[in-house]
Write a protein that binds this ligand. Structure first.
Ligand code: HEC
Ligand code: HEC
Ligand code: HEC
Length: 349
């Protein structure tokens, strides 16, 4: 009996040592070319699906039937996802298909997941597969925009994808022309229609645009979309980009149609604030001829964008340049109706 216990103990010590020896001798193959055994492949995907399902259990899905979510997600998809997953205008490359596991054709697999599960995958990525996580963990709205886009992807044709991502713009005769500047695929004045979540840059001060680019680059203003868009740039080029957009003329959009009562409420808050509710008058800082160039121009910006930024400030996740903290007290006492009214008012100016 005693001897048997000793054998067992010896085996227990010997096995891990043997395992380490095998690893140390380099006998475990790590090459991807051999693929997985079918059993390993099945097991890994089983673990992945279970993990995503559990993670998504208490994820609440916001409304996703908002067309404004699609352009920023499509633009990000083209630069951040299509290189692996392909897109409606481009098949997966042979290089991507040689990954282990290969990135799936999303048009095929998206219908097998719920919105909340897609959110978990895109927000957190998938370990051991090369599927990256979203560049920032500080906000969820961009990831939900991507989920809204993925939902549409299986039925999306090439021209719609090109139009949404802004990576080509149709010219008169119907042929597609690539945009001159990567930023313009999202920010070109001609792409802004007053209902989007992508801000117009024309007419902002050079100082504000420069501060914003630096804030995205050092992560003090979290945005996965903008972090990815500038990740390949030298910080030296920020000056030129800021100067370029500051010098562009803002196109005037047809004024948005809002109820007069809402506009009036927005105008009163903007001009006078509400001392009882500790809301400052926005116009003491914004949109003044003698204003600090670090305070952005709000007039003419789209209402959905202004709302999104006010909600981020109120949640203390917007970040920004050196003066950004001034906006937290200005935004944190706003109610949902105030936010809508202020956005409607400024977008209509
Ligand atoms: C470097 C390559 C790469 C990039 C870039 C990439 N993915 Fe993936 N993705 C993968 C791989 C590999 C898998 C497969 C994971 C698996 O088999 O479990 C995957 C899986 C997924 C899945 C789950 C599909 C399924 O059923 O397994 C979704 C959804 C997804 N990716 C969306 C995206 C989105 C959206 C982006 C851009 C924000 C993106 N991916 C960027 C490689 C990539
Ligand atoms: C895929 C679409 C996309 C691309 C490409 C893109 N942007 Fe953006 N940009 C956005 C979105 C969306 C926001 C709003 C992000 C947020 O909530 O902070 C933004 C915000 C900005 C802002 C802040 C504006 C403000 O009013 O605060 C600046 C400045 C900016 N982008 C400059 C650039 C420059 C320069 C480039 C090219 C190097 C670029 N962007 C490329 C989508 C894009
Ligand atoms: C004390 C000065 C001050 C007051 C008052 C103020 N703001 Fe701001 N606001 C700022 C500064 C500074 C920023 C730029 C933050 C940064 O660095 O990105 C800003 C940014 C914003 C932005 C983001 C714009 C963009 O392009 O991303 C919105 C929207 C905004 N403010 C709305 C308001 C509203 C609405 C009010 C009134 C309720 C208000 N602000 C009151 C200073 C102020």
């Amino acid at each position: 009996m005693l001897i048997r216990w000793r054998h067992l103990l010896a085996a227990l010590v010997a096995l891990p040592v043997l395992g380490l020896m095998v690893a140390w001798l380099g006998l475990i193959p790590v090459g991807a070319s051999g693929g997985h055994w079918a059993a390993t492949d099945w097991f890994l995907h089983w673990v992945m699906r279970n993990s995503v399902r559990t993670a998504a259990l208490d994820t609440k899905t916001p409304p996703l039937n908002n067309a404004a979510m699609l352009p920023l997600a499509a633009g990000h998809f083209e630069t951040g996802c299509a290189l692996c997953h392909g897109s409606p205008v481009q098949k997966r490359s042979a290089a991507a298909l040689a990954m282990l596991p290969p990135p799936p054709d999303l048009a095929e697999v998206v219908p097998t997941w719920t919105d909340a599960q897609l959110f978990e995958i895109v927000q957190h990525g998938v370990r051991f597969t090369g599927m990256p996580y979203w560049p920032t963990r500080d906000r969820e709205d961009e990831v939900w925009a991507m989920v809204a886009f993925l939902r549409q992807l299986p039925d999306m044709d090439g021209p719609t994808y090109l139009r949404l991502s802004g990576l080509a713009t149709p010219i008169q005769d119907g042929t597609l022309r690539p945009p001159a500047l990567a930023c313009d695929s999202c920010h070109a004045e001609t792409r802004l229609d007053g209902n989007g979540l992508i801000p117009g840059l024309a007419g902002q001060s050079e100082a504000y645009l420069l501060e914003s680019l630096r804030a995205y680059a050092d992560g003090t203003r979290p945005s996965g979309v903008m972090q990815a868009a500038i990740s390949g740039l030298e910080p030296d080029s920020f000056h030129d980009l800021a100067r370029f957009y500051a010098g562009q003329a803002r196109q005037s959009l047809p004024p948005a149609q809002s109820e007069p009562a809402l506009l009036d409420h927005g105008r009163r808050l903007a001009e006078a604030g509400d001392a009882g509710r500790r809301i400052p008058a926005c116009l003491t800082c914004h949109d003044r001829a003698d204003g600090n160039p670090a305070f952005p121009v709000l007039s003419g910006q789209s209402a959905p964008y202004l709302e999104s930024q006010l909600r981020l400030f109120a949640a203390k996740t917007r970040g920004g340049g050196a003066y950004a903290d001034l906006m937290i007290p200005a935004a944190e006492n706003l109610e949902e109706r105030d936010i809508e009214a202020l956005a409607a008012y400024f977008s209509s100016r």
